[in-house]
Design a protein around this ligand. Sequence first.
Ligand SMILES: Cc1ncc(COP(=O)(O)O)c(C=O)c1O
Length: 458
Amino acid sequence: MTATLTNLDLKKLDDAHHLHPFTDFKELSAAGGSRLITKGEGSWIWDSEGNRILDAMAGLWCVNVGYGRKELADAAYRQMMELGFYNAFFKTTTPPAAELSAKLAEITPDGLSKVFFANSGSEANDTIVRMVRHYWNLKGKPTKKAFISRVHGYHGTTMASTSLGGMPVMHSQGDLPLSGFHHVMPPYTYELANGMDPEAFGRLAARAVEQKILELGAENVGAFIGEPIQGAGGVLIPPDSYWPEIQRICAEHDVLLIADEVICGFGRLGQWFGSQRYGIKPDFMTLAKGITSGYVPLSAVMVGDRVAETLIEEGGEFYHGFTYSGHPVACAVALANIAVIEREGLVDRARDDIGPYLRGRLEEELADHPIVGEIRSEGLIGAIEIVKDKRTRERFPGDGKVGLVARDHCFRNNVILRGIRDSLVFSPPLTLSHEEADEMARLARRSLDETARDLGVL
Ligand SMILES: Cc1ncc(COP(=O)(O)O)c(C=O)c1O
């Protein structure tokens, strides 16, 4: 970084030149541009004004081991000095790429023993779309090309991964989804169960996938993709009955099952992977984010044995890959990151200690809050539903924007939670301490009090 630039200079440069992701460019500029984030340590980040902010979103659901880990920086430095880059195209590999492949095969569930590297969750899901289409062609079933996913699903922003996602606003730009991508109801119990027993509702939501398969014809359906818990769609936690039913449906109709573990993987649900939490046996698993705790970009596609065998035995050359597939520095950081998660027992900690503790503290602070309809969580991911009427679950008017009002109050109170429609969601580092969980619950309470006042409730 150029030492002579002041923070104000940097903000001006950013405003002049940087087009931010998922941002209304004009609105951001009119509001004075971006907040400059300058430092991170543990669960905290700092901005250029010197504010210390509790990051209850772990960046974008990714900084699982917390900020400022020297082990990860050392691993990157050592690898950059040893071999800063080499590709995996020329019948070549590098020590970190080889070691990480084996490590991922070891820690992911049985039946996933091959890995294809990419740089982002979007690219990994794009890779899976290509593999699924190639696989069914090789199997002599070229019509099996349709993909089924859920409304409120999020799978990234390339053309194919946006099409996989179930976000109408994203589809509204650029004529998406592409043809052959279909969406069914999500297992969003709070919003959709209508008083039904949750387990019965879970089976009902799963059967929406079966209905879609029957409507399209199983001979035309290649794969179903789902996040074990839908993250960016609002942390939709399925009833335990949901995934076993999905598994049965996919097996019965010979539809490949893709578990998008970009958020759920690497300990967030209190298991290494969400698939273990819900007993999913996927044909593909998408990994990103927590694989390096976000310190450097890396993603991976875990390929299940039956698909891998076909691609290897019958597929010939697979004409796909990225310059940085298996980047040695990213792989070295991933190995160091996984070593931290193992050494500090962060997966068990999310399940047995800090996950339940945080949930308890949020319930103590918020269960009786007049605009809180539900607090739900699993491990260290969760959501707070905001409603006008706790009993009837009636929402506030305003088109599902109340989450953003609450989010803005959180920001002003120096805690980061994310607003999604009429909810606040959280996904803190797995290293969150009890004191930090106390602070998070207290600041969430204050922010929701302020939101309620804005809405004329308090
Ligand atoms: C479940 C899921 N899949 C895929 C993606 C896309 O990942 P990326 O932003 O790295 O392309 C995300 C990002 O939030 C995600 O949450």
